[in-house]
Design a protein around this ligand. Structure first.
Ligand code: GAR
Length: 202
């Protein structure tokens, strides 16, 4: 299965996939392309170091529909079967999502359906919860609403800041995202009535 990754910034989740792949932990999965929407995304340096082709599509220079059309064209050119959103901080159009129905993975730094959107850590701290975490899920038309694949709870400590909470959650994101890619590549994800069933290993 040919995976393309879309990222907007640092790219540590992308790096986790590169590393898991290098360790042989993603059988049947190939990382074929990185798409970034920000010129200065650090994810690009990671693609270069790993020898993965990359493309920059400037999301500020065009309307959303045009961005998604261009991204789809690049994805088709590289023969991508699936897309991983690894810190990709933009919504995708229904046309894009329909083109990769239940083949788009996202990693989100909260226990969905709690705290969707771009400020999950801030929102979790503001709500005073004692536990947050991260979720790997399939992407649908909503904002972080798609079927949940894997979740990991993480304790919120009394003196946590957005930064300290994010740092405690991040390693779990890396593990969950790689595991979700492994399951999708192995054909082990089935969606039934909006719920993911993880099929047993064949
Ligand atoms: C990650 O914490 C990811 O969960 C979050 O952005 C960060 C990207 O880090 N994504 C979202 O908040 C999406 N709603 P990375 O660039 O180092 O992978």
């Amino acid at each position: 299965m040919r995976f393309a990754v879309m990222a907007s910034g640092r790219g540590s989740n992308f790096q986790a996939l590169i590393d898991a792949h290098a360790r042989g932990e993603l059988p049947g999965a190939e990382l074929v392309l990185l798409i970034v929407n920000k010129r200065d995304a650090q994810a690009v340096a990671r693609a270069k170091a790993a020898g993965i082709p990359w493309a920059f599509i400037d999301s500020e220079a065009m309307p959303r529909a045009e961005f998604d059309r261009r991204a789809l064209a690049v994805l088709r050119d590289c023969g991508a079967d699936a897309v991983v959103l690894a810190g990709f901080m933009r919504l995708l159009t229904p046309e894009f999502i329909a083109a990769f129905r239940y083949c788009i993975l996202n990693i989100h730094p909260a226990l969905l359906p709690n705290f969707p959107g771009a400020h999950a850590h801030r929102d979790a701290l503001a709500a005073g919860v004692s536990e947050s975490g991260c979720s790997a899920h399939l992407v649908d038309e909503g904002v972080d609403t798609g079927p949940i694949i894997l979740q990991q709870p993480v304790e919120v400590l009394p003196n946590d800041t957005e930064e300290s909470l994010a740092a405690r959650i991040l390693p779990h994101e890396h593990r969950l995202l790689a595991e979700a890619v492994r399951l999708l590549a192995a054909g082990r994800l089935e969606v039934d009535g909006g719920i993911v069933r993880i099929l047993p290993e064949k």
